[in-house]
Design a protein around this ligand. Structure first.
Ligand code: NOJ
Length: 527
């Protein structure tokens, strides 16, 4: 039997925004537990929770001040244990977000480290004296400005590749590795099923900390090649050690947030079973809604990922946006959301869904005065920030979309009166109903879960088509990216319609299929 993370569908929850059980305007763990029936009915196999640990929330949880506990805004350890128990009772796994490149500056490790040059924790972070009256080298923070911050207490600089309150750990120090391994054991012993590893390609830095070379780019950050702190061989070695630990527990998994586009096709797969199980592929984030562009990315990565590795796909997340807004088409937006869903849920590779995408939730415009995301605050209006992708999950019509009885920490997204669980559940033609159909189909159809992937090259330009095959079962998928109808010659015989955005399941088809505009169809080849 294939492991669950290979066959399954994983659903990302941004806990601040999913469901608020106590009316403080911020989502929490009891809120998630209360909605597990919804997630079970939707048919997902695993949840990835963005960070829930104690945090000053400068980067909304990606700045951790205690790795072994729960931030009170999200609840208690008892709430977490109940969530895991209740999820497992429904056959749903729970994956935690693990941020290991950096901690919060309020983590006791950093508080000790900054206290004096001879503190035993000094070398847990990257401290250097300044150079020529400035920082030790030219590295830049992803969130803007120098990656170095001078600390008045000792007069030295510490490295922070993100916010100034997120100091980078020193992964050349074996004590750091040992401490983090203990943290993994702590959560694995509690029954968590795996980890999503934040900026997995950043961990180890070039020991000499040399300047980054320059290159052509449009922003200061892209005008540097970040070759001394991204994707070093030593970072792969760290993950191999952690994999050994993970393998001492049955059925666990880890997914690297290390975009294949940035780190190359070998990703963090190692030789298939000795590094991480999955590496995110953000290839679809950067593509336009064109069959040719999307097909090229999918074909390319299916070929390039190591043969022992397994792809995974994602259309939206808490950093990059809501794909329906990226690919919006005025009155056709919901129709595109359906075609995109059919793509994600029929590709070869584990699909990751971002909460609310099953409702076709849009990106919200957040006025300057309401922005709280650090890069949004820094770069607005060039960059609008990430708050608009983290709006409350839309459960019901009404002012807070059923998310909270209080004032949500971020405003509710557009069209929530129409795009919500209550309304869409009653409508067989809603985007939610279509997601349910596709997820059910994927679960029931081995070729969709585990099958090979073979693209069709003889097809109209606006159509993407492919075959998935497994143990004698052959399924064809055709996606019309255009709003105009298009003819497609079906390969190899007679098919039965398994699902379509525009036609009933059941009928047989062969020869030339006329796809309606924005139609997605999944077909089973008759043997
Ligand atoms: C990637 C996370 O997804 C993002 O939200 C965060 O800001 C950075 N890593 C820093 O932890």
């Amino acid at each position: 039997m294939a492991p669950w993370w290979k066959e399954g569908i994983i659903y990302q929850i941004y806990p601040r925004s999913f469901a608020d059980s106590n009316g403080d305007g911020v989502g929490d763990l009891p809120g998630i537990t209360a909605h597990l029936d919804y997630l079970q009915e939707l048919g997902v196999d695993g949840l990835w929770l963005s960070p829930i640990y104690p945090s000053p929330m400068k980067d909304f949880g990606y700045d951790i001040s205690d790795y072994r506990s729960i931030d009170p805004v999200f609840g208690t350890m008892a709430d977490f244990e109940e969530l895991v128990r209740e999820a497992h009772a429904r056959g749903i796994r729970v994956i935690l977000d693990m941020v290991m490149n950096h901690t919060s500056d309020q983590h006791p490790w950093f508080e000790a480290s900054r206290s004096s040059k001879d503190n035993p924790r000094r070398d847990w972070y990257l401290w250097r004296p300044g150079k020529d009256g400035g920082p030790p080298n030219n590295w830049l923070s992803v969130f803007g400005g120098s990656a170095w911050e001078k600390d008045e207490r000792t007069g030295e600089y510490y490295l922070h590749l993100f916010h100034t309150s997120q100091p980078d750990l020193n992964w050349r120090n074996p004590e750091v590795t040992a401490a983090m391994m203990d943290i993994w054991r702590f959560w694995l012993d509690k029954g968590v099923d795996g980890f999503r590893l934040d900026v997995a390609h950043f961990l180890v830095k070039d020991a000499g900390l040399p300047d980054n070379p320059s290159k052509f780019g449009l922003t200061p950050y892209t005008r540097q090649r970040h070759e001394h702190h991204i994707n070093l061989a030593e970072t792969h070695a760290v993950w191999k050690e952690f994999r050994k630990l993970l393998d001492t527990y049955p059925d666990r998994m880890a997914v690297a947030e290390a975009d294949l586009d940035a780190v190359g096709a070998e990703g963090y797969y190692g030789s298939g079973d000795d590094e991480l199980h999955l590496t995110f592929n953000f290839g679809l984030f950067w593509r336009r809604w064109r069959a040719s562009e999307v097909q090229r990315v999918v074909v390319d990565w299916n070929q390039r990922i190591p043969s022992a590795g397994w792809p995974c796909w994602v259309l939206s997340n808490h950093d990059f946006g809501r794909h329906v807004s990226r690919w919006a088409a005025g009155t056709h937006t919901d129709a595109r959301a359906r075609v995109a869903a059919a793509l994600l849920l029929t590709l070869r590779g584990t699909p990751f869904l971002y909460y609310g995408e099953e409702l076709a939730m849009r990106r919200a415009y957040i006025p300057r005065a309401e922005i709280v995301d650090p890069p949004g605050l820094r770069y607005w209006p060039l960059y609008l920030g990430r708050d608009g992708l983290r709006t409350p999950m839309q459960w019901t019509p009404g002012p807070t979309a059923g998310f909270s009885t209080g004032k949500p920490w971020v405003r509710v997204g557009p069209e929530a009166e129409r795009l919500n669980v209550e309304v869409e559940s009653k409508d067989p033609d809603s985007v939610l109903s279509w997601y349910r159909t596709l997820i059910r189909l994927r679960r029931e159809t081995p070729a969709l879960k585990l099958g090979s992937f073979e693209p069709w090259f003889e097809k109209p330009r606006s159509v993407m088509a492919y075959t998935r095959e497994h143990e004698g079962q052959s399924v064809a998928v055709a996606l019309n990216f255009s709003r105009f109808s298009s003819g497609l010659n079906l390969r190899g015989g007679t098919y039965t319609v398994l699902a379509s955005t525009h036609r009933e399941a059941g009928p047989e088809l062969s020869g030339k299929l006329t796809l309606a505009g924005n139609e997605a169809v999944v077909l089973l080849l008759k043997r």
